[in-house]
Design a protein around this ligand. Structure first.
Ligand SMILES: NC(=O)c1ccc[n+]([C@@H]2O[C@H](COP(=O)([O-])OP(=O)(O)OC[C@H]3O[C@@H](n4cnc5c(N)ncnc54)[C@H](O)[C@@H]3O)[C@@H](O)[C@H]2O)c1
Length: 307
């Protein structure tokens, strides 16, 4: 990609910018925030690491939304994170007005871009951005499953002591307490985790995964997670930028898949230069489908608050 814009240069936005710049995932990175000096300062700071880290991505900052013109991708990390004790849904109304303006600016200044949503609650805001742009779902999607899956893999590595490099996990559903870790689709070197862990241990890992964001928030108190979210965003951008056709769980607009219509939720999808090229439909068993439905009901309840 020639140009990527990141809207919101707080913790997640800045961490993401560092990885995208270092990995040279685009030629030009534009950082946009509402506080004069902030995005310019972040951009300069990252740019000044280029000689040491050996990258030549150009990094610029601006407060004027017009600076996103010509972007191949717009990544939205602007908005409030939740505070300890809050759910992601609790910031819906606050973040909706922010997203509303950003989507309008994207339509105006970067009408051909892909839109990668990160701001929480990410499922409902991805759905909202899709509705408001009227763009095909290939160009409007969100990040949550890459992160939730990485969290689950980390907890399995910690519990078993085996290399994270051999662990492949899968988490579907909405990015909330009702997300759906799927042990049946989780393995270590191709061997299902039931071979290594008791049902009780697997259940505990699933629950820790569902509470992964809250656990970090409780520890840090003044900030939610941003290093692992940034790595998850970068994995998605890398797949698109290099046309890798990676299969990653992404917040996707569903049109009949998994029994859902007119909703955005995390499901496995193929990411390529065309964006979200294809959704992978898994044959869920009865319990998995019921868990997915419970998660969908939560997302739908948030969508209904907007209608
Ligand atoms: N999807 C995920 O997996 C995931 C993971 C982590 C965080 N998040 C979400 O990402 C968002 C950002 O989190 P953070 O920790 O970086 O917060 P932060 O407070 O550090 O940064 C938010 C930034 O957004 C900026 N901003 C606000 N309104 C704006 C606008 N209209 N245009 C441009 N910039 C604007 C603020 O000035 C601030 O710099 C939160 O909603 C958080 O919940 C999502």
């Amino acid at each position: 990609m020639k140009k990527i814009s990141i809207i919101g240069t707080g913790r997640v936005g800045e961490s993401t910018a560092q990885i995208l710049a270092k990995d040279e995932l685009c030629r030009e990175l534009m950082l946009i925030d509402i506080h004069e000096g902030e995005p310019q300062g972040v951009a300069l700071d990252i740019q000044e690491s280029a000689s040491l880290l050996r990258f030549d991505t150009r990094v610029n900052g601006a407060t004027d939304a017009a600076a996103m013109a010509g972007s191949d991708m717009v990544i939205v990390t602007a908005g409030f994170p939740r505070k300890p004790g809050m759910s992601r849904s609790d910031v819906l109304e606050t973040n909706l007005s922010i997203i509303d303006g950003i989507v309008a600016n994207t339509l105006k200044h970067a009408p051909d871009a892909m839109l990668l949503m990160v701001t929480n609650p990410v499922d409902v805001l991805t759905w909202y951005a899709w509705k408001k742009t009227g763009w095909p779902r290939q160009r409007v999607f969100g990040q949550s499953g890459a992160l939730d899956t990485a969290r689950m893999a980390s907890f399995i590595a910690l519990e078993t002591g085996y290399s994270i490099k051999d662990i492949s996990a899968l988490v579907l559903g909405g990015h909330g307490d009702a997300m759906v870790p799927l042990p049946r689709f989780t393995d270590i070197a191709g061997i299902n985790i039931e071979h290594f862990l008791s049902p009780e241990a697997i259940e505990l890992i699933g629950e820790r995964t569902r509470q992964g964001g809250a656990e970090i928030l409780e520890l840090k108190k003044h900030s939610s997670a941003y290093d692992s979210p940034a790595a998850a965003i970068a994995a998605m951008v890398d797949a698109i930028s290099h046309n890798r056709r990676r299969i990653l769980p992404c917040v996707s607009i569903l049109d009949g898949e998994y029994g859902q219509h007119d909703i955005a939720m995390g499901v496995p999808a193929v990411l390529s230069e065309d964006g979200l090229e294809k959704i992978i439909q898994l044959n869920l068993n009865e319990r998995e489908q019921a868990d997915f439905q419970r998660s969908a009901d939560r997302v739908r309840a948030d969508i209904n608050r907007l209608c």
